[in-house]
Design a protein around this ligand. Structure first.
Ligand code: NAD
Ligand code: ZN
Length: 254
C-alpha cells in the first residue's frame, strides 16, 4: 500500500459517504493523558496484566482491586476529551459520522458529546456483581472501601469492562457487526489491531466495500493489510486537519 497523505481525498469521501463509522482504540485517548496498553509508555510495561484475568481477579480481589483502582479510576478521574473526541462528536451532529465503535473504557467519547457510541469492551463507569443482577454507576461511592462488594449478596463487584477471558457484551457485539456491514467509510483511529475479536471488525467493513482510512502515528496490523488511506500522525492533529479540509470543501461547494 502506498502511504497516502491526501487529506483532500479523505475529506471528499467523508462529505460523500452516507454512512461513516469511527473505530477507535487507546491511541485516541493518548493526547488526553491516558497511556495505551502496549508500546512506549504502555501500562503493561509497568503492571502485570494478570490483574485483569477473570479467574485471577475473582480469587485475588484484595490484591487486584487497589491496582485496578489506580489504573482505571484514579488515573481516568481528571482526564478530559481531546480535540479528536470533540471533532468526532461534532461530526455526528453535522451528520458526517453515524456511530463511534470504541474499544476504550474511559467514557471520553460520551464526555465529548458523542451520542451514538458502542462500547465494545464495556465501560469503567459501572460496577457489576457477577453473582446477582446488581450494578451501580456510583463508582466513587463504592470504591471508598476496597474491594467493593455487592449490597445484595456480598460478592465482590467487578468493573463492567471486558476482562481477559470474558466475552463481548452481546448488544455491543451485534450493533458493531451491523454498523460495520453497513458502512461506506471506516475511520480506524489509534488502535494497534492486536486485540481479538475487536480487531476483526474492520475486515467486515472492507469485505462490504467500505473505504478504509487509518489514523495512527505508527503503522498497525491494518496499515498494509486493508488500509486505503493512511494518515500518519496523532489523532487530534490529523482530525483537526481533516476538519479544516472538510469545511474548506463545503465552502467551495456553496
Ligand atoms: P493498543 O494499546 O494496543 O494500541 C494503541 C495504538 O494507538 C497504537 O497503534 C499506537 O501507535 C496508537 N497511538 C499512540 N498514540 C496515538 C495518538 N496520539 N493518536 C492516535 N494513535 C495513537 O490499543 P488498542 O488497539 O485500543 O487495544 C488495547 C485494549 O486496551 C483495548 O481493548 C482497550 O479496551 C484497552 N485500553 C483502553 C484504554 C482507554 O480506555 N483509554 C487505555 C488503554 C487500553
Ligand atoms: Zn450480588
Amino acid at each position: 500500500m502506498e502511504v497516502n497523505h491526501d487529506f483532500k481525498t479523505v475529506a471528499t469521501l467523508l462529505l460523500k459517504s452516507k454512512k461513516t463509522v469511527a473505530f477507535t482504540g487507546a491511541g485516541i485517548s493518548v493526547e488526553s493523558g491516558i497511556p495505551p496498553f502496549r508500546g512506549n509508555g504502555g501500562i503493561w510495561n509497568q503492571y502485570d496484566p494478570k490483574i485483569l484475568e477473570l479467574d485471577f481477579f475473582m480469587q485475588n480481589p484484595h490484591h487486584c482491586w487497589p491496582l485496578i483502582k489506580t489504573l482505571f479510576y484514579d488515573f481516568f478521574d481528571d482526564k478530559q476529551p481531546n480535540a479528536a473526541h470533540r471533532i468526532l462528536a461534532r461530526w455526528e451532529k453535522e451528520q458526517l459520522l453515524t456511530v463511534v465503535i470504541t474499544q476504550n473504557i474511559d467514557h471520553l467519547h460520551h464526555l465529548a458529546g458523542s451520542k451514538n457510541v458502542v462500547e465494545f469492551h464495556g465501560t469503567s463507569q459501572r460496577l457489576v456483581c457477577l453473582e446477582c443482577d446488581f450494578f451501580t454507576e456510583d463508582t466513587p461511592g463504592y470504591l471508598l472501601k476496597l474491594p467493593p462488594t455487592c449490597p445484595n449478596c456480598r460478592s465482590v463487584l467487578k468493573p463492567d469492562f471486558v476482562f481477559f477471558g470474558e466475552g463481548i457484551p452481546r448488544e455491543a457485539y451485534v450493533r458493531s457487526m451491523e454498523a460495520m456491514a453497513d458502512t461506506q467509510l471506516l475511520l480506524i483511529i489509534g488502535t494497534s489491531g492486536e486485540v481479538s475479536p475487536a480487531n476483526q471488525l474492520p475486515y467486515i467493513a472492507k469485505r462490504n466495500g467500505a473505504a478504509i482510512v487509518e489514523i495512527n502515528p505508527e503503522p498497525s496490523n491494518y496499515t498494509n493489510a486493508l488500509t486505503d488511506f493512511y494518515l500518519q500522525g496523532k489523532a487530534g492533529e490529523i482530525l483537526l486537519e481533516l476538519d479544516r479540509m472538510i469545511h474548506h470543501e463545503q465552502q467551495l461547494q456553496q
